[in-house]
Design a protein around this ligand. Structure first.
Ligand SMILES: CC(C)(COP(=O)(O)OP(=O)(O)OC[C@H]1O[C@@H](n2cnc3c(N)ncnc32)[C@H](O)[C@@H]1OP(=O)(O)O)[C@@H](O)C(=O)NCCC(=O)NCCS
Length: 229
């Protein structure tokens, strides 16, 4: 029997991405590809945030967040200081995004980072939020972070569920919730795990980019206008 690798990949990816996966994305034996983003992704990051509705923006940023505020936030992202992770859909839109912000280091305090996450409505309940949190936790360990924080509204049930599932302790005060996770030091398996996910995410991205290009070529060949990329 003849197997076309890209077709097989697409079929498997669609099968798993459309199914209602349990919280652990590894249950499907295909980890969610989480890619570390760079400044060249700024426009795609902005596009991601602008697609969040008012409620999601309030949950993500803790307050009413108009477009201009999001634009300034994205312009101000420092990719040398912080780490941004993304999950891409077949059109290379960012469907899930996480910002791992390193907090200032004080002499007597443990090194800490704050995690913020958003997944577009159509991407939810497929393990993307869990995968982003898992990847951020491993990256934090590998960069000597000892405590991972998540600050969110106390009524954010989905985020609270994610945090508790990841073993975070949660403290509630005045409608806000602070979840924190004490991280053990890195070891060889956390280094290998992150490298493997990075390679898998690079492969996933390359396949999607090729498919997108070949789609555009087919439209051109068939005489229809290609979609703007
Ligand atoms: C929070 C958020 C990132 C979760 O993304 P996601 O991709 O849907 O997350 P997952 O699929 O990995 O897991 C969601 C889990 O929450 C659970 N969940 C979803 N809504 C829930 C609710 N209202 N109450 C309780 N649990 C809920 C799901 O059942 C799932 O649990 P499971 O893994 O045990 O099955 C997403 O809802 C989002 O972007 N919200 C808006 C922004 C936001 O709130 N950011 C967090 C503050 S920084």
């Amino acid at each position: 029997m003849f197997f076309c690798i890209p077709c097989y990949y697409v079929a498997m990816h669609n099968k798993f991405s459309k199914s209602r996966l349990p919280g652990n994305p590894h249950v499907a034996r295909i980890p969610v590809p989480v890619r570390e983003l760079h400044a060249g992704h700024r426009a795609a990051i902005l596009e991601h945030f602008l697609q969040l509705n008012d409620d999601d923006r309030r949950l993500r940023f803790g307050t009413h967040t108009p477009d201009e505020v999001i634009e300034r936030y994205v312009e101000g992202l420092d990719f040398n200081q912080d780490t941004i992770f993304g999950i891409f859909d077949a059109q290379l839109n960012i469907v899930g995004l996480a910002h791992l912000a390193y907090l200032p280091v004080f002499k007597s305090k443990a090194r800490a980072a704050e995690f913020g996450v958003s997944v577009l409505a159509e991407g939810r309940a497929q393990g993307f939020g869990t995968a982003l949190l898992g990847r951020a936790a491993v990256h934090s360990r590998n960069t000597r972070i000892e405590t991972l924080f998540v600050h969110c509204l106390a009524n954010n049930k989905a985020m609270m569920h994610l945090a508790q599932k990841a073993g975070m302790s949660v403290e509630y005060a005045y409608g806000d919730a602070d979840a924190y996770l004490k991280l053990p030091p890195a070891n060889s398996s956390t280094i290998v795990e992150e490298a493997a996910n990075e390679q898998w995410a690079d492969f996933d991205y390359a396949v999607k980019a090729n498919l997108k290009r070949s789609h555009a070529a087919w439209w051109w060949f068939l005489g229809r206008p290609a979609l703007a990329s």
